[in-house]
Design a binder for this molecule. Structure first.
Ligand code: ADP
Ligand code: MG
Length: 613
């Protein structure tokens, strides 16, 4: 007896003791595995001229209420002994990687999220046997498991290539009627519901009726093996014949998402290249979306055969969150390598890119709330898109971007900002801060807001880089409010005190100046040069940063503030008090700018010292 790998063990336990209400999905998982196995063999046949006939492929579903068995058979590629061990001894690689990466919080969610495939059989069966023979090999093998303890693999008999998965259905319990998975009606209904679009016939023994007056009563019903799925993929059907529920169901099953998609795009294009595409925008970002592990791409079918599970080239990075598939009439023997250099594929990818953009713009126009949900999940990616590739896509993406407006208290587009600009305003102002409140209370905001100018709130690391990459929107330049402080006044009047502060702070600041534009605030930190304080923080936080990026820090002091009066009083009379106060004021400006203190304990000690004076 072999043991399951650790993480598989966990999943298995969840499966076996499952309280998951959607147990019935096991059937679609096993049928989809059968279909994948046929796809693999058929693809091989096409590329290596094995001469197999598409018409000869089928999936058989058999049930035997007396033996309490349900089996799913295919004549696909099958598995060798090693593959059996590798594929069924551990959860499908994709599944287990995903599983390991999460915190395994909600057990139920795991099933919905990852569609743990083969193992879902254990939700309804207490024993599973798999007999399989790999195409082109002599020997067949049996894999058998009664659940969590482990599994065994033995030589077995099987006439031809393919796989049969036999489930030994659990006895009924008080809460659960497992018998239904041995009943024609339920099985037929489940296949119709979840697997109708499978492109190979799913055959099953069904009860048929004879009508007519001369039919004897005992001959009225008879049983016959029939194809129970329509075999027409959803995306091949005209849009009007597909309901949103069907799209949702297809999406959930195919892309292992517990939630229905936020947006469905079904398109059929005829022209330079003919293709059909079925695309979905998930309602939430997958947990690994913003990590290196996430892989973008669309499934690619040609003439009804899946030739790529996930082809990255079909999706631009800015829309990497889109899931879906493309079905085209590309040459059948196209190999995975030549896909990259295929001009038809390139044309399809370009088409898809603008289709997604158009649909998102429509969503923004027609369903603002839904768009905002979308933007919350994937806006970051769009903003990266603006900045990435030296701004190549900035114009393409700019109208999809939202930023919070200080004035409106909600998310707005650049177009909305520009349309609402005050008389005489030429630039688009933004402030970098954690929230609208933080930006609003920055010393520089007061004067701008008083003039009726709005300020966009940049709260994510990428934001300022994106805007700098755009430079302007409809000829209106972006301008950081941090660069907005009027030039120093009363320079001569307080020069000695200001120089004194600079001397205390040393290299921490490049300049100390007086500014009456601070309103009710005493101090304010701004950046003098090209690199803003925020950019300094972001750049230095990058994994390969050398810590070398330095913003030019300018400390502005309000000469009308009470504390400045105090500074002047200490200056020349109480040097230690002057130094302490200067340092505290600088640290406060750092905090107000939303940055971290270099020496928090020193700051606290100095404030305590001042409080004890
Ligand atoms: P997934 O289908 O997501 O890869 P599964 O748990 O459903 O995950 O299946 C695990 C693996 O077992 C598959 O990737 C495949 O290699 C293999 N497998 C499962 N069922 C079959 C089958 N009927 N024929 C051939 N291989 C299969
Ligand atoms: Mg599977």
């Amino acid at each position: 007896m072999k043991k399951f790998k650790t993480e598989s063990q966990k999943i298995l336990n969840i499966m076996i003791n499952s309280i998951y209400t959607n147990k019935e999905i096991f059937l679609r998982e096993l049928i989809s595995n059968a279909s994948d196995a046929i796809d693999k063999l058929y693809f091989q046949s096409l590329t290596q001229n094995l001469g197999l006939n598409r018409e000869d492929f089928a999936i058989n579903v058999d049930y035997d209420p007396d033996q309490r068995t349900l089996s799913i058979s295919d004549n696909g590629i099958g598995m060798s002994e090693e593959e059996l061990d590798a594929n069924l001894g551990v959860i499908a690689k994709s599944g287990s990687e995903d599983f390991k990466a999460t915190n395994q919080g909600d057990d139920i969610d795991i099933i919905g999220q990852f569609g743990v495939g083969f193992y879902s059989g254990f939700m309804v069966a207490d024993k599973i046997e798999v007999v399989t023979k790999k195409y082109g090999e002599e020997e067949a093998h049996l894999w058998r498991s009664v659940g969590a303890e482990g599994y065994e693999i033995k030589p077995a008999q099987r006439d031809s290539h393919g796989t049969t998965v036999t489930l030994y259905i659990k006895p009924n319990t008080e809460d659960e009627r497992y018998d239904e998975y041995l009943e024609e009606y339920t099985l037929r209904d489940l296949i119709k519901r979840y697997s109708d679009y499978i492109r190979y016939p799913i055959k099953m023994k069904v009860t048929e009726y004879r009508y007519g007056e001369d039919v004897k009563d005992e001959d009225r019903t008879y049983q016959e093996v029939k194809t129970v799925n329509s075999m027409v993929p959803l995306w091949v059907k005209p849009k009007k014949d597909v309901t949103q529920e069907q799209y949702d169901e297809f999406y959930r099953a195919t892309f292992h998402d517990g939630e229905a998609p936020l947006l469905t795009i079904h398109t059929s294009v005829e022209g330079k290249v003919d293709y059909k595409a079925l695309l979905f925008v998930p309602a939430k970002a997958p947990y690994d979306y913003y990590s290196k592990e996430y892989e973008k791409g669309l499934k690619l079918y040609t003439s009804g055969v899946m030739i790529s599970e996930r082809l990255p080239d079909l999706l631009p990075d800015c829309f990497s969150f889109v899931k879906g598939l493309v079905d085209s009439d590309l040459p059948l023997n196209i190999s995975r390598e030549t896909i990259q250099h295929n001009y038809q594929l390139k044309a399809i990818a370009d088409n898809i890119k603008s289709k997604i953009q158009k649909e998102l713009l429509n969503l923004l126009k027609n369903d603002r709330a839904k768009y905002e949900t979308f933007f919350k999940a994937f806006g970051l990616q769009l903003k990266y898109g603006v900045y990435a590739d030296w701004g190549l896509n900035k114009e393409f993406l700019q109208d999809l971007i939202l930023f919070e407006s200080v004035k409106e208290g909600k998310q707005i587009t650049f177009a909305e900002y520009v349309d609402a600009m005050a008389e005489g305003q030429t630039e688009i102002y933004y402030g970098v801060g954690k929230s609208a409140l933080a930006v609003k209370s920055m010393p520089q905001s007061e004067a701008l807001l008083a003039k009726g100018y709005d300020i966009l709130v940049l709260s994510q690391d990428i934001d300022e880089f994106a805007l700098r990459s755009m430079r302007s929107y409809r000829d209106h330049d972006f301008k950081s409010i941090a660069q907005e402080l009027p030039q120093e006044e009363g320079e001569t009047a307080h020069k000695d005190v200001l120089d004194g502060i600079k001397e205390v702070l040393g290299d921490k600041v490049s300049k100390v100046k007086a500014s009456t534009a601070l309103g009710s605030h005493a101090v304010c930190l701004t950046a003098g040069g090209e690199v803003s304080l925020e950019m300094e923080r972001v750049l230095n936080a990058m994994p390969n940063a050398m810590g070398g990026v330095k913003a030019e820090r300018v400390l502005s002091v309000n000469p009308d503030s009470a504390v400045f009066g105090k500074l002047c009083a200490y200056f020349g009379t109480d040097r230690p008090a002057f130094e302490t106060l200067s340092q505290v004021l600088y640290d406060q400006a750092v905090l107000a700018a939303g940055l971290e203190l270099e020496d928090p304990q020193g700051y606290v000690d100095r404030v305590t010292q001042l409080l004890s004076l």
